[in-house]
Design a protein around this ligand. Structure first.
Ligand SMILES: Nc1ncnc2c1ncn2[C@@H]1O[C@H](COP(=O)(O)OP(=O)(O)OP(=O)(O)O)[C@@H](O)[C@H]1O
Ligand SMILES: [Mg+2]
Length: 383
């Protein structure tokens, strides 16, 4: 994450609750593809507080490694003070002692800005600090899998499902952008799915931390590519690959590339080396997603192409615009679907009556008809 100003917009604690966005929780689309079942090892870990402790960071008892990233390790941990489970991300960098203090300050600075974000589709940051093992960020422990993992397993969301997921991520980014916070490392690995249409954006702040680490390297071609490797080259906006300053539109671009991949079933850019990938991002023509996958409607493909336009000035102007374009597309698809093909739940939402309400109405009507019939019989036979 970076901020558009020298200092990020950090909210005061009392502002956070007021900021909390209401989760747009109801799936407003009829067809979704379920996420794969959790693997048995994950199910066994449902109560990690009962697992043996493998180490400590600050007051947190580490339980198991969730995964390794570019900068460190993510653990499931037990917060012994508040008695709850959390996730801890360690940030292990190889820096000289003098640089380390500056680095730790930066981690705290970025973590503070990330913690000021309170949105239903952004992971909640609880705490940050420095321990003997280096800096760490403590956050909400999420259940599910990140999008990179899901896509690599061959999971294919329906076009509507992909549009809804990305619309929700765009809402989260729009919220962050309005607080002066740009993510700069949007990629499938940083979009965690806790339900089939419920994303959580991870790792606000990490791009800037990584950038400072790479500034420590020599400023030559090799270190330039090292920086590119850190942030994923596949989703990096052309202006960042050219090392020009990027603004919030780099997030719009990256999210467009993520949507392309979800719809096409393959990455927008490929290459055997970093040079090849950089060349593809900067110069190679991109096949429209509806040509790669004919099941994708042309108007959805156009939204993707607009979001990942190479020229920032001709790209979808903001995350809010991208969200709105996807919302309009979803509404149009919904409006054109014959009612008979809708799921019962969707029909209920559309008609405004839930299933129980309809049953009560049907029974009341039947009672009324029976009452009228009895009254008519009594009138004719009752003397
Ligand atoms: N809050 C969380 N709850 C549950 N799992 C998480 C959480 N944060 C990260 N993970 C998982 O931990 C693993 C490592 O995440 P990490 O962010 O370090 O990897 P990355 O995104 O590939 O690398 P980087 O962020 O350094 O570019 C991933 O599988 C990720 O899905
Ligand atoms: Mg990550």
């Amino acid at each position: 994450m970076s901020t558009s100003h020298a200092q990020p917009a950090v909210t005061q604690p009392h502002e956070v609750e007021a900021d909390r966005h209401v989760l747009d929780d109801i799936d407003t689309i009829s067809e979704t593809r379920p996420l794969p079942e959790p693997d048995p090892a994950e199910l066994r870990r449902m109560r990690p507080e009962a697992l043996p402790t493998i180490g400590h960071i600050g007051r947190y008892a580490l339980k198991y490694v969730i995964g390794e990233g570019g900068l460190g390790t993510v653990y499931a941990a037990h917060d012994t003070l508040l008695s709850r489970l959390i996730a801890i991300k360690t940030l292990n960098v190889n820096l000289p002692q003098a640089e380390r203090v500056r680095f730790n300050d930066l981690v705290l600075h970025e973590a503070r800005a990330a913690a000021s974000l309170s949105h239903g589709h952004i992971v909640t940051v609880h705490d940050a600090g420095t321990s003997e093992q280096g800096s760490y960020i403590a956050m909400e422990l999420l259940r599910g899998r990140d999008l990179r993992h899901l896509l690599s397993m061959g999971w294919k969301p329906t076009p509507e499902q992909a549009a809804l997921i990305v619309r929700r991520v765009a809402d989260a980014l729009s919220y962050a952008h309005h607080k002066g916070v740009v993510h700069r490392d949007i990629k499938p690995a940083n979009i965690f799915m806790v339900g089939r249409t419920q994303p959580r954006v991870l790792d606000f702040g990490i791009a800037r931390i990584r950038q400072v680490e790479s500034l420590n390297q020599r400023d030559d071609e090799a270190s330039r590519f090292q920086e590119i490797v850190g942030g994923s080259p596949f989703y990096m906006a052309p202006e960042l690959v050219r090392r020009e300053p990027g603004d919030r539109r780099v997030d719009v671009y990256a999210l467009g590339v993520v949507l392309y991949e979800m719809l096409a079933g393959r990455r927008a850019f490929t290459g055997g080396s970093l040079e090849d990938i950089a060349d593809a991002v900067l110069h190679q023509p991109v096949r429209p997603v509806h040509e790669v996958n004919p099941a994708i409607p042309k108007d959805l493909s156009d939204i993707v192409a607009q979001a990942m336009h190479r020229e920032p000035d001709r790209r979808t102007r903001s995350a809010r615009r991208l969200s709105q374009a996807l919302r309009d597309w979803l509404d149009a698809v919904d409006g054109s679907r014959p009612v008979a093909s809708e799921s019962p739940r969707r029909q209920s939402v559309r008609s405004g009556w839930t299933q129980p309400v309809r049953w009560v109405m049907a029974l009341s009507l039947a009672g009324l008809v029976a009452g009228l019939a009895a009254w008519a019989w009594l009138r004719t036979h009752g003397g």
